[in-house]
Design a protein around this ligand. Structure first.
Ligand code: G1P
Ligand code: ZN
Length: 545
């Protein structure tokens, strides 16, 4: 097929963050912007692992389909001879990871800004995953950024736009392009992990009711296929199940603030037995029971403690990993199981080497992400199925399972406070100030809340020995509590300061306390020591999770 070379001006702002390149949709729609970044990916990989086969799809947000057409043309022009395209452009992040692994592709491009809102004046994103199915390493994303800054041309095959609505294959002179059903491979993978018969019996015999909120985003078709069609949950168990370009105007972020309908249904007199939600691209999850919210840190710990109930993990798990700011609840489970627990920087890509080298089986982040070695991304529906399988095996309620866990391991009270839209300079100065003053903090505060150690988290990858620095300032207190400070790497406007608070408690009498109340003293003490209000000009966080 003829290839046309287009001239482009290089862009200086295509630095991928925690999870790919994220910008306002209008930025991506500007002439040459998307093209430049995609070409940079192909240029970089041509010197590493050439992308001769790949998958492309996205979370269905505005500009998804147009971007896919562009990517197909650039891929084909750069010698990619096998291009798998998700039907209607709909492909969840974990399903994309599965496709790369199952069909031994060299990589994949996922179009998503995860839980950020979608639309012409909202957010868009591009994520590149490599042949292990996981997000490209920092070394690769850094090389893509460097290349994008110098790029003067991009290549496009002169092929017509593809009909994304119909499955099937067609061949051009250079490539085979296949539009595939994005749901079936994923459902098969889940059937091989979990005990579907047991979960189906739960729905059939025990009048068990669940509500899954797909938030008008990518998991709708997957959740309907799995929960309603395969497992026999009544029709309507999946709500907001059709992917919409603007997610119906909602923030497709599965947390207590954004899944209001689900939350009020779960906390009402005749609430469901089980509730869950996933985000824009299907990699996050929120777990709820009747009148109870399971924090992501607890969910990870409970999943690890109950792994033996799940067919795929019944023979044992190798180790666990969590991102540094994630609650240490899972560490206690790992200790009891006698397996390793790794603490990594924030971002799923840091789990890749651990999973590839079979050092860990399960991993998770406080930001509603949980997953295992079945793919190389976090996986929202997998976590929901994990819980359903636990519930079906134990024949207990969510709250009974959580209480039982706390009684055995203690409860890690946990909360994250986000200060959004800060002036970037103020935010950077605030962090620099903390970093320069680490030694000064020790001994500050008093009683239970005296600072006994402070550091700036850095990580040496146990597999490739690469060093990642400046991953968050940590203050450790005499009672075992922690406060962690870091700046978000996924925002699209200004800077977001995240402060994570954690306090372990073993006293059963305290277990039902509201985390904000229990943590109040720690929060106040931390603000005083770091002069948070004075330095940021903010007296309260914008979002509390
Ligand atoms: C956030 C989360 C992080 C997650 C990432 C991508 O990144 O904190 O755990 O991996 O989104 O989903 P942040 O904005 O904090 O850099
Ligand atoms: Zn996501």
């Amino acid at each position: 097929m003829p290839v046309t070379e287009y001239k482009t001006t290089a862009f200086s702002d295509q630095k991928p963050g925690t999870s790919g390149l994220r910008k306002k949709t209008s930025v991506f729609m500007a002439e040459g912007y998307l093209e430049n970044f995609i070409q940079a990916i192909f240029d970089v990989m041509s010197e590493r692992e050439k992308i001769s086969s790949m998958v492309v799809g996205g979370d269905g947000r505005f500009f998804n389909k147009d971007a896919i057409q562009v990517i197909i043309k650039i891929a084909s022009a750069n010698g990619c001879s096998r291009i798998m395209v998700a039907r209607d452009g709909i492909l969840s992040t974990p399903a994309a990871s599965n496709i790369i692994r199952k069909y031994s592709l060299n990589g994949g491009i996922i179009l998503s800004a995860s839980h950020n809102p979608g639309g012409k004046d909202k957010d868009f994103g591009v994520k590149f995953n490599t042949s292990n199915g996981g997000p490209a390493s920092s070394q690769i994303t850094e090389a893509i950024f460097e290349t994008s800054k110098r790029l003067m041309r991009y290549l496009m095959s002169d092929i017509p736009d593809l009909d994304l609505g119909k499955t099937g294959s067609f061949k051009t002179e250079d490539a085979e392009i296949t539009v595939f059903d994005p749901v079936s491979d994923y459902v098969e993978l889940m059937e091989n992990i979990f005990d579907f018969d047991k979960i189906a019996r739960l729905f059939r015999t025990q009048r068990f009711s669940m509500c899954f909120d797909a938030m008008n985003a990518v998991t709708g078709p997957y959740a309907t296929a799995v929960f309603e069609k395969k497992l026999g949950a009544p029709q309507g168990s999946v709500i907001r199940s059709t992917p919409l370009e603007d997610f119906g105007g909602v923030h497709p972020d599965p947390n207590l603030n954004h899944a209001k309908e689900l939350v009020s249904a779960m906390f009402s007199a005749n609430g469901h037995d089980f509730g869950a939600a996933s985000d824009g691209d299907g990699d996050r999850n929120m777990i709820l029971g009747k009148n109870i919210f399971v924090s992501p840190g607890d969910s990870l710990a409970i999943i690890a403690a109950n792994h033996h109930l799940i067919p795929a993990y019944a023979k044992g798990i190798k180790g666990v990993a969590r991102s540094m700011p994630t609650s240490q609840a899972v560490d206690k489970v790992a200790k009891k199981l006698g397996i390793a627990c790794y603490e990594t920087p924030t971002g799923w890509k840091y789990f890749g080497n651990l999973l590839d080298s079979s050092l860990v089986t399960l991993c998770g982040e406080e930001s509603f992400g949980t997953g295992s070695d079945h793919v190389r991304e976090k996986d929202g529906l997998w976590a929901v199925l994990f819980w359903l399988n636990i519930l079906a095996s134990k024949e207990k309620s969510v709250s009974e399972i959580v209480m039982e866990h706390w009684r055995q391991f203690g409860r890690d009270f946990y909360s994250r406070h986000d200060y959004e839209g800060l002036d970037t300079q103020i935010a950077n100065e605030f962090m620099e100030n903390l970093r320069n003053k680490l030694h000064f903090f020790t001994g500050k505060g008093s009683g239970k809340y005296e600072v006994t150690w402070a550091d700036d988290f850095s990580y040496i990858d146990p597999v490739d020995k690469s060093l990642t620095e400046k991953q968050g300032v940590r203050l450790g207190f005499s009672c075992g509590a922690r406060a962690v400070f870091r700046l978000s790497g996924t925002g699209t406007k200004g800077a977001t300061l995240r402060i994570y608070y954690e306090q372990p408690e073993n006293d059963h009498q305290l277990f039902l306390n509201d985390p904000q109340l229990l943590l109040a003293q720690l929060i106040k003490n931390t603000a005083d020591i770091t002069r948070l209000q004075e330095r940021t000009g903010r007296d309260k966080p914008d979002v509390i999770t």
